[in-house]
Design a protein around this ligand. Structure first.
Ligand SMILES: NC(=O)C1=CN([C@@H]2O[C@H](COP(=O)(O)OP(=O)(O)OC[C@H]3O[C@@H](n4cnc5c(N)ncnc54)[C@H](OP(=O)(O)O)[C@@H]3O)[C@@H](O)[C@H]2O)C=CC1
Ligand SMILES: Nc1nc(O)c(N)c(N[C@@H]2O[C@H](COP(=O)(O)O)[C@@H](O)[C@H]2O)n1
Length: 275
């Protein structure tokens, strides 16, 4: 049986050869039901991954410099984005028996208008020494009339411990931060690999960039149905869906090819790479 670190290393080891890129290597990953839902009705957070695939996801977190989510996920789930499901590590012999923590990825939140709560778990964990300083990525302000509120929110977040990274660009016509500029900025800040964990809108955005900006897709498919009311990462699938695993076929038709799959507990984890 392949262990989670072996499965992931077989996929992600190739990032070492990507040093000449001017963007980080990007792993797009999420958990879905058989009917391609990533959350329940009204965005209710669902724990779709079983224990074993959740541990696989936490191993994946140790293998990236950054872990990126959208503000929708940050507000809805109040995530921690850490590695707490991994078994305790043996102490490092050179550190007098002190604990030997796993590498923690830098939390990165796409948050155009700085809506993140200064009381979120990511900031609480950082202030208590249990997490890295979160980076909040936002846009240059398009409208000067909201500047005072924006400056106040920025101060509040920085006081709570966040680093606010202002992109050298306004939000795009769709109101979203431009992915190429985000990745270029993160690369300048020494982020060489980033794990994109969702949510729906962020998955759509990265997916629409195709193979130019995504190196690996790793999808946990849990053996469960959520139903029509659930949140899908591709709205059109709700209408077009013609059978099980249609989303994977959809991904393949967009420049990615099947690489491998592995069972972790009851879940199937499917990996895709550029064709
Ligand atoms: N099963 C799974 O693996 C996962 C499930 N989820 C679920 O997903 C849901 C949240 O998804 P959703 O509401 O779509 O929120 P997202 O987490 O995808 O955040 C989307 C928001 O991020 C901001 N943003 C800024 N730039 C971009 C960009 N380039 N692309 C996309 N978003 C950008 C926008 O807000 P603004 O303009 O205000 O800045 C946008 O509305 C929750 O229900 C959560 O439980 C989340 C992660 C994983
Ligand atoms: N791998 C995975 N499986 C699921 O079933 C999920 N719901 C998610 N969600 C993602 O993980 C974040 C929560 O992380 P913490 O447990 O708080 O560390 C959540 O916000 C989603 O990004 N992932």
């Amino acid at each position: 049986m392949t262990s989670a670190p072996q499965f992931l290393t077989s996929l992600l080891d190739r990032y070492k050869d990507y040093n000449s890129q001017s963007r980080p290597s990007v792993t797009l990953t999420f958990a879905q039901s058989i009917d391609a839902k990533i959350a329940g009705k009204g965005g209710k957070q669902l724990i779709l991954s079983g224990k074993e695939s959740m541990i696989m996801t936490h191993w994946m977190r140790t293998m990236h410099d950054g872990i990126l989510v959208g503000i929708g996920t940050a507000l809805n789930d109040d995530p921690q984005l850490n590695t707490r499901h991994l078994p305790p590590r043996d102490p490092d012999p050179s550190s007098n028996g002190h604990s030997n923590p796993y590498h923690l990825p830098r939390p990165i939140i796409l948050d155009t208008d700085l809506r993140l709560s200064p009381r979120c778990k990511l900031l609480k964990n950082f202030s208590e020494g249990r997490g890295r300083r979160p980076w909040v990525v936002c846009a240059e302000l398009a409208a000067a009339d909201s500047r005072a509120e924006w400056v106040d929110r920025r101060k509040e977040l920085e006081t709570a411990g966040a680093r606010v990274v202002v992109l050298d660009s306004e939000a795009g016509a769709n109101g979203l931060l431009p992915i190429p500029v985000i990745l270029e900025t993160l690369h300048k800040l020494e982020i060489r690999s980033v794990m994109v964990e969702g949510g729906a809108q962020v998955i759509r955005s990265f997916f629409s960039q195709g193979v130019t900006f995504v190196d690996t897709i790793i999808v946990t498919v849990a053996p469960t149905f959520v139903g029509e009311d659930g949140v899908s990462y591709n709205a059109s699938l709700n209408i077009l869906e013609s059978g099980l695993f249609t989303p994977i076929a959809f991904l393949q038709s967009s420049g990615f090819k099947y690489h491998s799959r592995e069972m972790f507990g009851p879940d199937t984890v499917v990996a895709l790479c550029p064709a």
